[in-house]
Design a protein around this ligand. Structure first.
Ligand code: C2E
Ligand code: SIN
Ligand code: SIN
Ligand code: FE
Ligand code: FE
Length: 389
């Protein structure tokens, strides 16, 4: 009776969670929620997700209650590790066979098995991995999206134990649904990224690294700003998801700027810069018909990311909090990235010069509260720069 009751509740909670995941747009938030919910279902202390990219398994997400606490991995999300799809690692073997791999003790893997446990994370962080459940993320029954690894099932005293039979049955039901959503969100992000790359320099070979850095900077700046203000956790998750997707399109209007100006190797003349300024207005027209909060925020970012806190920006000369928050955040992220990158018209600046500039422009170009937020998370911002070079 008791276990029947528990199962029904669990199934209802899986259905509700899938519904919630459906509201999210961006792949990072979907990975975060998927891992969080799978861990809750399995009572796992830790977990990670690898996604298939260019034939390899790219490390994408990690949570570990013992090491990082409930707020997740912070700069650890921006790791750059990749694994081959091969039987030499647990995750690789899981991807190769598309079968769940169950390990009761990572340090006692049977002789005949091809893979070994990689203890480098444990050694670096003073962690002890015991049980592992590696689950293939398979979308619509065939395509392999990636692998999720759950680590250290906890018993009622919080000690690591083996994963139960019930968990081994339920987790794949959950992850099969989640895999389809992850796949959709990757397609969605790739499509937006393609649009952004085309606009940036009229060049399909553009790597999109600038856009991906600005997007990640915006997500982290917003989250820290919102946590400083003690906003509700669910509101933070929702808006972080929106801003990380919308900010990729901040320069979408550059698609309407002639090559002679957009790709000019030197400084722009006054007239050329007036043309360039139109990219805010051109881009915002793509989002004039607004049917969702994502559209609204995308519109605001595109139109207002060159406004300045003191009212001297363009296109409207809005002042202070008249400028939507998402646009104030994107302004800071965009300039930080422009200064730290080499452009056809300028060299990259050193960190010291950039920090000095941002301090000087606090309350002038930028929202002073956001400049303070920036200096709280420079370590995460640097991890993002390393990941998207
Ligand atoms: P972007 O290169 O992505 O730069 C975004 C913003 O970063 C600029 O907005 C500006 O606020 C800041 N920024 C970039 N480089 C510098 C710099 O060397 N010093 C300072 N203090 N700030 C910098 P802004 O000025 O409204 O320019 C918008 C876009 O117009 C730029 O986007 C770029 O695509 C283009 N642009 C601006 N000036 C020039 C130029 O002299 N030559 C060329 N070829 N393009 C330019
Ligand atoms: C979306 O991503 O779902 C719509 C906005 C866009 O074109 O990126
Ligand atoms: C950019 O806006 O990303 C590049 C502009 C330039 O190199 O002139
Ligand atoms: Fe711009
Ligand atoms: Fe930009």
């Amino acid at each position: 009776m008791f276990s029947q009751h528990l199962k029904k509740e669990t199934v209802v909670s899986i259905i509700n969670t899938i519904g919630e995941l459906n509201q999210l747009q961006d792949v990072d938030m979907i990975l975060d929620s998927t891992l969080r919910e799978a861990r809750a279902l399995a009572k796992a202390d830790a977990g990670s997700i690898f996604l298939m990219k260019n034939g390899e398994l790219e490390f994408r997400h990690v949570q570990n209650d013992t090491i990082f606490g409930a707020n997740g991995g912070g700069l650890f999300q921006y790791g750059t590790e990749s694994l081959p799809v091969s039987d030499s690692s647990i995750v690789g073997y899981c991807a190769l066979t598309k079968e769940m791999v169950v390990i009761n003790d990572a340090y006692v893997i049977a002789e005949g098995l091809p893979y070994r446990f990689n203890a480098s994370f444990d050694e670096k962080n003073g962690y002890r991995t015991v049980s592992i459940l590696a689950v293939p993320l398979v979308s619509r029954g065939h395509s392999l999206v990636g692998v999720m690894q759950l680590i250290n099932a906890k018993n009622r005293w919080g000690r690591a134990t083996v994963f139960s039979e019930q968990v081994k049955t339920l987790v794949p039901i959950f992850t099969n649904n989640a895999a389809a959503l992850i796949e959709r969100s990757i397609l969605n992000r790739d499509l937006t990224l393609r649009m952004a790359k085309m606009a940036e320099l009229h060049d399909p070979k553009e790597t999109g690294a600038h856009v991906q850095r600005v997007s990640a900077f915006c997500a982290e700046l917003y989250q820290c700003w919102a946590e400083n203000r003690n906003l509700p956790r669910l509101d933070i998750r929702r808006f972080r998801d929106i801003i990380s997707h919308a900010s990729m399109l901040h320069d979408a209007g550059k698609v309407g700027i002639p090559d002679s100006i957009l790709k000019k190797p030197g400084r722009l003349t006054h007239e050329e810069f007036d043309v360039m300024k139109q990219h805010t207005i051109y881009g915002s027209r793509l989002f004039n018909s607004i049917s969702s909060e994502l559209d609204q925020v995308t519109h605001d970012i595109i139109l207002y990311h060159h406004e300045r806190w003191n009212g001297t920006g363009y296109p409207k000369g809005l002042v202070g909090e008249q400028i939507p928050l998402a646009a104030r955040i994107t302004a800071l992220a965009d300039v930080f990235d422009a200064l730290s990158s080499k452009r056809s018209y300028k060299e990259a600046w050193s960190d010291e010069m950039i920090y000095e500039e941002l301090r000087k422009e606090s309350g002038q170009h930028f929202d002073p509260e956001l400049v303070e937020t920036f200096f709280q998370i420079t370590n995460i911002l640097h991890a993002i720069q390393m990941k998207f070079k």
